[in-house]
Design a protein around this ligand. Structure first.
Ligand code: SAH
Length: 392
């Protein structure tokens, strides 16, 4: 086994269990190590720190898979880990659909597996985990007897690892337009061409959280994607629901999902840029009882964080202005670069500009099948707020 030796002064992050070793934390590495290989990380006291995969092309030189020196990284390691992931989800009640593996939060760095009943979507976002794809697929076949496995590695971050973007079948080909159940509703999911892995499972509990506030309400949802929040609103008794998304394709799928649930009379969808229409409609004096916002990340890097802040503030400000007095804002942010504190600062700024008072109803994160590990910041990424908005 090749070794990587840490500097004497290392971050307490590593000591307390964080799985990343940055290249500037390493004193020296054995010669002849290939990228993607499994290495042992050794402390300056010569003690074993952990075992993981290496990539010299990445700023994160090693990502640890285990802290147990007796644990070998082989096929049975992946079988055992994925079994643990399944058992944990089952215990929490996430059985039919769930994020089965959530990378670092499951000690399987850069591996994402979403389970949609009998279908599985995989992302291997680093070289060192990508080389284990056959073992991962084998483990899924052993544990679940899947109807289909699909690879959604069409993700730019792979290029930083020297990997190509790609997607395709990891099982016999199958119809990638599937249907799932959530909270008593049905949704079409396009595993091949949908966004990310096809469906945003992380909001599954948050969609339930709108149950009481949408009753008899006129609801506006922006960034609707395939209409999940909007269709929940209609199902929970909204009087009318309008969903908007910039993607024509998403809007078409949202309409199909409304029909699938017999809610097409209550739910309508339009293709529009939220930044344009929220502003225009609030100037025109349109009013709703509930406004729901679930925007994309707006930024992927710390350098452009200001852009995201400006975007979030703008849509929340417009959302608040579109509400009747005492209406409810349902607002999310899915980037870990905006932490909860900053998220509330943005909401407060928007409220100040809109001259509104905020009464917090609920504040949640992603559903627990996307576990949060204390100390691994990017595992806690979703902010979901429901607030009552009234005049100051
Ligand atoms: N609420 C959805 C997920 C939303 S993902 C769910 O729970 O499934 C974010 C969506 O915002 C994407 O569908 C994307 O097409 C859309 N989007 C991005 N920029 C937009 C804009 N400026 N106006 C409207 N929609 C936008």
């Amino acid at each position: 086994m090749a070794n990587v030796y840490l500097k004497k002064k290392i971050s307490s992050r590593i000591v307390t269990g964080h799985p990343w070793i940055f290249s500037n934390e390493v004193e020296k590495t054995d010669t002849g190590i290939s990228d993607g290989e499994i290495v042992d990380v050794i402390g300056s006291d010569k003690k074993f720190v952990g075992r993981g995969y290496i990539n010299s092309k990445s700023r994160i030189l090693v990502r640890l898979l285990t802290r147990n020196s007796g644990e070998e990284i082989n096929e049975s390691f992946f079988l055992q880990r994925i079994r643990q992931c399944r058992d944990y989800r089952n215990k929490l009640g996430y059985i039919e659909n769930c994020r089965l593996v959530f990378g670092e939060a499951d000690s399987l760095p850069q591996l994402i597996i979403d389970k949609f009943n009998d279908y599985f979507v995989i992302q291997t976002l680093a070289l060192g985990i990508d080389v284990w794809k056959p073992a991962i697929v084998k483990a899924l076949n052993t544990l679940f007897d899947p109807k289909g496995i699909y690879e959604r590695n069409d993700v730019p971050v792979r290029e930083l690892e020297g990997l190509a973007q790609q997607k395709g079948f990891l099982s016999q080909p199958f119809n990638t337009r599937i249907m799932i159940h959530e909270n008593g509703l049905q949704f079409h999911v396009d595993l091949e061409n949908g966004q990310k892995t096809g469906y945003f499972l992380d909001q599954q509990d948050n969609r339930k959280a709108i149950r009481n506030i949408v009753k008899d309400a006129e609801v506006l949802g922006a960034f609707t994607y395939t209409g999940t929040f909007e269709i929940h609103a209609a199902h929970y008794g909204a009087k009318s629901v309008l969903g908007i998304d910039i993607s024509e394709n998403a809007v078409q799928q949202a309409r199909q999902n409304a029909e699938l649930n017999g809610l097409e009379k209550v739910c309508s969808f339009e293709t529009a840029n939220a930044f344009d229409v929220l502003k225009r409609w609030s100037k025109e004096g349109r009013k709703y009882d509930v406004v729901m916002l679930d925007p994309p990340a707006f930024t992927k890097s710390r350098e452009t964080i200001q852009k995201a802040i400006t975007g979030y503030k703008e849509i929340n400000l417009r959302g608040m202005k579109l509400l009747r007095d005492g209406g409810f804002l349902v607002t999310s942010s899915c980037t870990n670069l905006v932490n909860a504190e900053l998220f509330f600062q943005i909401i407060d700024m928007a409220a100040r500009d809109a001259r509104k008072k905020i009464r917090q109803v609920t504040f949640q994160t992603q559903s627990p099948d996307h576990p949060v590990i204390r100390g691994i910041e990017n595992t806690q990424y979703l902010k979901f707020l429901i607030a009552e908005i009234s005049s100051n």
